[in-house]
Design a protein around this ligand. Sequence first.
Ligand code: HAM
Length: 418
Amino acid sequence: MKYQKPRGTVDIYYQKAEQFFAIEIIIRQLASKYNFNEIKTPIFESKPLFVRSVGENSDIVEKELFELSDKKDRQFALRPEGTAGVVRSIIEDKIYGGEYELPLKLFYFGPMFRYERPQQGRLRQFNHFGVEIVGAKSYLLDVETILFAYNIIKTLGIKNIAVKLNMLVNDKQVYLKVLLNYLQTKSLCEDCQRRIVKNPLRILDCKLDASKFADCPKMYDFLDEADKKYFDSITKTLTKLDLPWSIDHNLVRGLDYYTSVVFEIVSLDEKQGSQSTLIGGGRYDKLFEELKGPNLPAIGFAAGIERLMIALENENIQLVNDTYIDAYVICLNEKARYFASSLLLMLRTAGYRIDCDYLDRSVKAQFKSSDRLNAKFTIIVGEEELKNQLVTIKSKKTRKEKAVKFEKIIDFFVNNKE
Ligand code: HAM
């Protein structure tokens, strides 16, 4: 039997893993500048947590949960997203007030699981960088959150994007009546015919039907004065900060907990395909109470790392320069191999990236390995060298060789940065 990875999963190695890690480092550095703290929550949680938070009638809960039960038949699900677990943790451990300064500014990295039909940019296991800011409602905080998301994209160097915003109506009932009236005149796809009963708002951002809704009644026109003012303050400040944004009246997002401003950063590159949302988020001011916690307003977003990787590839952005090692040690005989072990240790302790042969290869083959590993220097150790307590170091760049005394090897590397 041949073993294969499960459908909708990927193996990430070598250059891709380097790119993945580089994204993570860049984002972590940004998170630190915005003064965020890391939170790690379990990869699986009780199923009802997701039903209650993400929404019983959301696609994620209805169709996409990876469900599991334990030996006592308790129902769990692999987390489809990170917000629910973070909120659960804050409520459970009372991470608010006291020693915890509000607003909490939390971030997480980790795998998420959705049983979706796989395609480019849509996986069954994918990775989020997410943030949740808890315990404050201020339009300036919302601006800062959107700015943080935008800064991730800019710092990575991705150019071809748009920032879309919308404001969800507080009192959904009035708007829903108008919307349902309007939808009666439209022919809807199979999914939307189901949504019209269970979750009509979601129809607005259906990928199949979207083009039919250009003349749809706008939620903005149904906002109360306070919400309108709040949203306008956000957009005005974003404009002042030179952040390019546009309003997308049909942006509702696929998770039921959003209550106010929502936003997405989408790639405009055709090669990104239909899964073009790189980052999505919004304000969820009622979720804490919904999950039996205190009244804590909150906002957050999550970026799909795999989609960022596709966007980077489309724009030919390689975050990691050609991989290289500082030196490759070539041993001309057995004695040299024995000596090499302490040489490797010494150089690695001094902070250099060093390798050597472990397959008893011929000298010629060792030179080839040095080349393939892109070693800046090749260190040659043989009979003659050991006798004279030195090594020969050859530079890849200049092709020149130099005899270096044992005790001067570190000095050589300090003084020869290529
Ligand atoms: P979301 O929009 O469902 O939001 O997911 C965030 C991002 O994850 C998407 O914009 C996309 O880049 C990526 N993503 C989603 N599904 C997949 C998939 N199947 N394969 C690959 N990438 C995917 C949330 O999850 C919210 N928890 C965000 C949030 C945090 N809102 C407030 N706080």
